[in-house]
Design a protein. Structure first.
Length: 89
């Protein structure tokens, strides 16, 4: 969730994929500035039309790119016919 120190910095064009006819939409991207003084990384936040929230962290000292997903799901969310699906990610 954006902190009190967030500022709109730009818009990003996102293709919604074939399920939505390949249409594109513009999403606001906010800079998250409420962070520890010594943290040199920059943070950006946006929310997609389907409710997915994304945070982009730019670290100029990093040697690799990576991506992580956090989902609010557990074994009680598994369909009976597909045990383990909630932990597939």
């Amino acid at each position: 969730r954006p902190s009190a120190g967030h500022n709109p910095i730009s818009m990003v064009s996102v293709n919604l994929g074939s399920k939505h006819g390949g249409s594109e939409t513009e999403l606001p991207v906010m800079s998250l500035t409420d962070k520890p003084v010594g943290d040199k990384r920059s943070y950006q936040y946006t929310q997609f039309p389907n409710g997915l929230k994304a945070v982009n962290i730019f670290d100029e000292t990093s040697l690799k790119d990576s991506f992580a997903v956090s989902v609010k799901a557990g074994s009680f969310d598994d369909p009976e016919d597909l045990p383990g699906l909630a932990h597939f990610c």
